[in-house]
Design a protein around this ligand. Structure first.
Ligand code: HH2
Length: 268
């Protein structure tokens, strides 16, 4: 899964697609160029985000988020690209699915009943992610008694909720939410024990790309975490991830090709 943030303020790629001053919105032609590069490099799906969830990010209205993501989703669908929408808002998810999004990636883990209703009324996939607290304050001293057990329990509870609302298991993807209300020690515990987070055999998504934990380990700034991120993606796959959400698709694809070759498997 390639990350395509059309935000002014995402932690590592914000402002990348800003249109010329005065025209407002995002530069679609530039988004398409990057999208096609990611697909050519091996991404199967692109995750379009219109709101940054980095700690302390400014909240965005549903109207503004739609203004950012809907034209991008429509354009990617014209190009026959599989699209995910990274949103916590039911209204944005509803419009994104209507525009052709295949998957809703909700970093708040479907806590909102409105989001559940939107998903129940369509047949898009759903990624349920764990986050402790809210983006603004989630990194203020996050605490767990047993991070792996607590993350798994939350995901299991949300799977039951989604299934009860009529969302089939074949539409679900689960994510422990690296960096979302977690210290470095919590993130490492989750990565080490990723398989233990799995619920009902459902596929797992891992998003470690360029995150603060990689900076903490390597001492490198966000723009210089390509190697750390590719290795993290590889480790996540080795520990059970079925999908990795990444900014640097070529480096990640190379890492996964090396592993596949060693295992005698076809290249991913
Ligand atoms: N991480 C980010 C955003 N969305 N979705 C899932 N399922 N898993 C993740 O780990 C995840 C996610 C944060 O990264 P990014 O999109 O690069 O930054 P920002 O939130 O600042 O836009």
């Amino acid at each position: 899964m390639g990350v395509l943030n059309v935000t002014p303020d995402s932690f590592s790629d914000g402002g990348r697609f800003r249109a010329a001053a005065g025209s407002g919105g995002v530069d679609l032609a530039q988004v398409v160029d990057v999208a096609l590069e990611m697909i050519a490099a091996g991404a199967d799906v692109l995750d379009v985000g219109g709101e940054s969830t980095r700690p302390g990010a400014e909240p965005v209205s549903a109207l503004e988020e739609c203004r950012r993501v809907i034209p991008v989703i429509e354009r990617l669908r014209q190009l026959d690209i599989m699209v995910s929408v990274d949103t916590r808002k039911a209204e944005v998810a509803r419009q994104a699915v209507a525009a052709g999004a295949h998957l809703v990636n909700d970093v708040s883990g479907v806590r909102d009943d409105g989001m559940l209703a939107v998903l129940a009324a369509c047949d898009a996939g759903l990624c349920i992610m764990h986050m402790q607290g809210e983006p603004g304050t989630m990194q203020d001293n996050p605490r767990y008694r047993d991070v792996v057990a607590e993350v798994r329990a939350f995901l299991a509870q949300q799977v039951v909720r989604c299934r009860a609302a009529g969302i089939g298991a074949d539409r679900l993807l689960l994510d422990p939410g690296f960096g979302f209300g977690k210290t470095l020690a919590h993130n490492l515990a989750l990565l080490r024990d990723l398989e233990a987070v799995r619920v009902d055999g459902l596929p797992l998504l891992a998003g470690l790309s360029r995150k603060r934990m990689i900076g903490a380990i390597t001492g490198r700034a966000t723009g210089d975490r390509v190697v750390g991120s590719a290795v993290a993606a590889l480790l996540a796959v080795q520990h059970g991830a079925d999908v990795v959400r990444v900014h640097d698709v070529p480096a990640t694809a190379d890492a996964l090709k090396m592993q596949a070759a060693l295992a005698g498997q076809p290249a991913p």
